[in-house]
Design a protein around this ligand. Sequence first.
Ligand SMILES: Cc1cc2nc3c(=O)[nH]c(=O)nc-3n(C[C@H](O)[C@H](O)[C@H](O)COP(=O)(O)OP(=O)(O)OC[C@H]3O[C@@H](n4cnc5c(N)ncnc54)[C@H](O)[C@@H]3O)c2cc1C
Length: 420
Amino acid sequence: MKYVIIGASAAGINGAENLRALDKDAEITLISEDTAIYSRCILHHYIGNMRDVEGINFVDKDFFEKNMINWIKGKAVTSLDETAKLITLDDGNTISYDKLLIATGSRPFFPPIENIHGKKNVVGLKSLNDCDTILTLSKTAKNIVVVGAGLIGMDAVVGLLHNKDVHAKISLIEMADRLLPLQLDKEASSAYEEKLIEGKVDIYFNSKVTKLNPNPENDLEINSLELENSEVNTRIDADLIIVCAGVRANVEFLKNTTVQYDKRGLIFNKKGETNVKDIYGAGDVSGRGTIWSVAVKNGIVATSNMANVHRVMDDFFFEKSTMNFFDIPTLSLGCISSFDKFENLKIETMKDSKGVYKKIAHKDGHIYGAIIQGDLAYTGVLTQLIRLYIDISKIKKSVFNIDYSDFFNINSSLEFKYED
Ligand SMILES: Cc1cc2nc3c(=O)[nH]c(=O)nc-3n(C[C@H](O)[C@H](O)[C@H](O)COP(=O)(O)OP(=O)(O)OC[C@H]3O[C@@H](n4cnc5c(N)ncnc54)[C@H](O)[C@@H]3O)c2cc1C
């Protein structure tokens, strides 16, 4: 059996390793545009000069030899012929497959802003190449602007603040009224805001970049940008702009095929199967549930089915983010940003003298989401309550004090029941 996997990251690498474990004789080829294996989740350590390429690698040095995987690196797949079962690379070479896994992930999205494309000092944050550009330009930059204060934008700012070679003024621009608007409320955001202000970062909330201004002496470079907010329009000097305004799935090479994808990304079922026989998908390329752990699981599930070992994505994955910027740990569960759309949702909050902040949203006995910041000890219980959709209405104590003894009691028919 000849397996080809496109993508050498969370989904592709874990998928390839799983295939080898399940099929000792298979021919496995892994293709990636990337020339190194690394975790994107810790790219900020690389930007911060805290780790080198080896330090962010997540496989053993002999991974490819040990697993007898042929890795074609630094090559992009440009097209697919699903009838002939053939893929074409950017160097014109073709590779045939019996079964194919598409694990091409995503790339930074550049919003439609005048002059955003084709400039040397406007970069996203997704790959090691992006980081190398950031590291080179940030050494001499006087003004660095990060556009977007989501998880990736925060990684960019935190990485730069750690880097002792960076002496630039850093500005962070966000359309919402807080940091990490998909994960945090104002209160939780403020803990990180304080740290950014201590680090002399200028934060612009409720602000939108409307235009990038090219350097009159070199129009391949930007030297400032225009900001619009409800009060005033501002111009900010910028000699490095890091755009962290979302991502788009890498599905372009599927354009002339019958493989189905939508605006978010590749469509595949719980077994990882696409609509085309022998073509599977895994990870961020779906545009859904785009976190590392989901990509890993997707890769393992899809490759199991490719090797005829039945597995499904049976986990209940809800929106879940953990972060630890400036050593302040935070867990965000559920879709915090859409809480106001739920009718009759009861939201309870508490903050103790040590700054530990908890917010839990529940309705009809079920928890829909939470923010826990400062001390994550309670998050194990919370995750189980949400994951298992446990009814807490019979527990007569504060929602912040529920513990395992209140519900982890299983009766003879293996149903959860409460302590009397
Ligand atoms: C800065 C940053 C920080 C993050 N932090 C976190 C975090 O803290 N926690 C968390 O859970 N998640 C985090 N994520 C998200 C996480 O990294 C992704 O969910 C995960 O990397 C997805 O893995 P993947 O294998 O699906 O795709 P990707 O990691 O996107 O990898 C795609 C692979 O496909 C290759 N490829 C793409 N197109 C082609 C092509 N046409 N031909 C050949 N190869 C191609 C690429 O070279 C790459 O090897 C972060 C992401 C970023 C960018």
